[in-house]
Design a protein around this ligand. Sequence first.
Ligand SMILES: Cc1ncc(COP(=O)(O)O)c(C=O)c1O
Length: 379
Amino acid sequence: MTKWKIPLYKVFVDKDDIRAISKVITRGMDWAIGPEIELFEKLLANYVGVDYCLAFNSGTSALHASLLAAEIRNGDKILLPSFTFIATANCALMVGATPKFVDIEEETCGLDPHLVSSNVDRKTRCILPVHYAGLPCKIKEIAEVSKQNKIWLIEDAAESLGARIGKKMTGTFGEMSIFSFAGNKIVTTGEGGAVATNSKSLFDKLKLLRSHGRVDKQNYFSSITKPDYVTIGYNWRMSSITAALAISQLEKIEKLINLRRKNARYLNSRLSKLKNVKVPLEMQGCRHVYQMYSILLPNSDFRNKLMTFLSTKGIMSKVFFDPVHLTTFYKNIGYAKNSKLPVTESISQRTLTLPMYPGLKKEELDYICESVKEFLEQE
Ligand SMILES: Cc1ncc(COP(=O)(O)O)c(C=O)c1O
């Protein structure tokens, strides 16, 4: 493990997290399918503002399950961004559908609603927008396109738990949405995910998909009731230990978001004064949760040199994201040739994600700003 003076992210851990996990471990029972899972699901649904949440072992499995629950399959087209983590597109392929990359707009780095609309065709069955870095994309306009065309809207809100437009949270605009609790997310359990929905029938379907297609009338591990299996399913369950940690993290989510926002405000105030640096601002009426803090620079050469310079200072920075359509796998299946995504490619070449986490200290924020400034002065 490289020792960075300032890593890209650090998890906020307190005594409550340790207590919550210890309680499950020491009882020596129900490490799987324990009461923490349903409790976490209820608390998450309440926080997000939906009727149902279902916990998964990753954001990827939550997304895979959502597409299966929507019965999206072979021959169906899904409109999604290439400026995202690769799992967004991979899940489309996992269910046999065809990902169709649509370009983003610079303001939010999310899907451009006009392009979403013009890309809908006979085969399009789903729009899968991403709220990049915790900033809501133009989801209201995208929801309108999905409504007009009667196609699914499934939000990839992996990065944006707690982000909202007005009072409405990301993850509540479509039929389903997914969140990730991977190591660098707003609420983290190391690995984990969830689906949110207002539909009881989707919730029931997702439950079967998550656990072997099994109808669990009673706890599988602690009852003698004979289970029945009514469809194909996976093992995508979250463990009770993970759910206990998820509850403890969720209880302090507003504190975690406020610390991130305070740190981002400070970085914005200092970095926005520098020539050639564009800072990540939130749109009017939106709450950005700064799961990541990404700046835009004039070009890729400049960006790469800054990344190297920062690493000599012990500051980790990274590119989130290189476009999915330009990865070897997607190139090999023809996406580099067949995708016209000028804004995606331009932003990917110019973006750089700087350290962002709740526990960043003022001296560390100053050190980051001064290091960026020092680089700019010598350029
Ligand atoms: C936009 C996006 N979608 C999907 C995922 C997948 O989530 P996970 O890593 O929990 O499987 C992530 C996170 O890594 C993500 O950032």
